[in-house]
Design a protein around this ligand. Structure first.
Ligand SMILES: Cc1cc2nc3c(=O)[nH]c(=O)nc-3n(C[C@H](O)[C@H](O)[C@H](O)COP(=O)(O)O)c2cc1C
Length: 359
């Protein structure tokens, strides 16, 4: 006999497809009964230089809660998610109650949850249409504002910014262990990391990078004497930055400060990304310039290399100029978007039983 599947199982099955930085999936589920569960979240700030104050993880958590809410709507239920204020910020817990609601219509974004994925390769430069831009703006609601950086010159400026930002990332000693641990080599799909084939590199560069990244001495030698970061940056930053319809920033009404601000932003980001998928558009987040510029703004040292801090300072100033006076500190998400084919290599997710909390 086939076991009866309860809505809560279906809901979690779909919710787990939410995106998270480096596919860390920083959440575990504890099902209490058919209507209640606890999301045990965590962040990676203690070992990941990009997870500044856990904010990127919190954006991912927002995406998870939004996806869960979307998934619940397909079963005629509202999902009420409440943060346990006693839980530590680095390990927040959310009580989720599923409430049947006869008035609720299934959210149309649910059909795009599994198809949404990062595209790190070049896209088409065909501009977004006005209706597409309007649909994406309305996806994030009235509270957030989407700003577009399109046209040849702005795409070039952002591509160049990403290219220079790429040098900082690839030469940063503190980022090396992160890159090493999140790439699954020789893979097209990965359940708990990013498969190397999804990085946007050609096969030969990938092979060389795999060899070089085996230890920091090799990375440092290649970077210092052979400009080893050059080809990867052309393929991962410059070309994708040029070949897209637009770069974009999602701005909050005020600089986000609390975990609740970041979780709320993550919800909006997921609605934006799912709407883009529904419109047949591809997307790639470009979050690291925002993260480095925050380190600099707050005077926080993220590297033992003084030159890295100097580069981040210069990049932060350039990002501000490119954003034409818009407040960078209000930007919760930066990315590029465009028409193109769906990625043929992508991150998958941990199976649901591995996402179940043992608590
Ligand atoms: C908060 C956040 C930040 C991210 N930052 C980047 C980024 O800077 N560059 C990038 O290529 N992908 C970035 N990603 C995409 C994740 O790596 C991706 O969502 C994850 O590996 C799962 O893959 P999928 O979205 O294809 O399912 C980010 C995702 C989130 C949620």
């Amino acid at each position: 006999m086939t076991p009866i599947s309860h809505p809560i199982e279906d809901i979690l099955e779909l919710a787990r497809w939410a995106p998270s930085g480096d596919n860390t999936q920083p959440w575990r589920f504890e099902v209490l009964d058919e209507r209640h569960l606890i999301v045990h979240a965590f962040d990676t700030r203690d070992h990941c230089v990009y997870d500044l104050d856990g904010h990127p993880s919190q954006i991912g958590l927002g995406a998870l809660l939004e996806t869960l809410t979307i998934a619940a709507s397909a079963h005629g239920m509202r999902a009420e998610c409440t943060r346990d204020l006693e839980s530590p910020e680095a390990n927040p817990q959310y009580m989720v109650e599923l409430i049947p609601d006869g008035q609720l219509l299934p959210d149309s974004l649910r059909t795009h949850v599994k198809g949404r994925s990062v595209q790190r390769r070049p896209m088409r430069t065909k501009p977004l249409t006005q209706p597409q831009k309007e649909a994406l703006q309305s996806a994030v609601g009235d509270v957030y504002h989407v700003r577009w950086f399109d046209g040849r010159m702005q795409r070039y400026q952002f591509a160049k910014l990403m290219f220079d930002n790429g040098k900082l990332r690839l030469t940063l000693p503190e980022a090396y262990p992160v890159h090493r641990s999140i790439i699954e080599w020789k893979s097209r799909f990965s359940e708990d990391r990013v498969p190397d084939q999804a990085l946007g590199l050609d096969a030969m560069t990938l092979q060389l990078m795999r060899w070089v990244m085996a230890n920091w001495q090799r990375v440092n030698f290649f970077n210092t004497y052979l400009a080893g970061h050059l080809v990867p940056r052309v393929e991962m930053d410059l070309l994708p930055g040029l070949f897209c319809a637009a770069h974009f920033a999602i701005l909050a009404p005020k600089p986000p400060e609390t975990i609740d601000d970041y979780v709320a932003a993550g919800r909006a980001v997921q609605r934006f990304w799912l709407t883009a998928t529904g419109l047949g558009l591809q997307l790639q987040p470009e979050m690291t310039p925002l993260i480095f510029s925050r380190y600099v703004r707050e005077g926080r040292v993220f590297s033992r290399l003084p030159s890295a801090v100097e580069s981040a300072t210069a990049l932060g100033a350039r990002l501000s100029r490119l954003m034409k006076g818009l407040p960078v500190e209000q930007a919760v998400f930066l990315g590029r978007i465009g028409n193109g084919t769906t990625a043929t290599s992508r991150s998958l997710r941990l199976p649901i039983d591995r996402l179940m909390s043992e608590r």
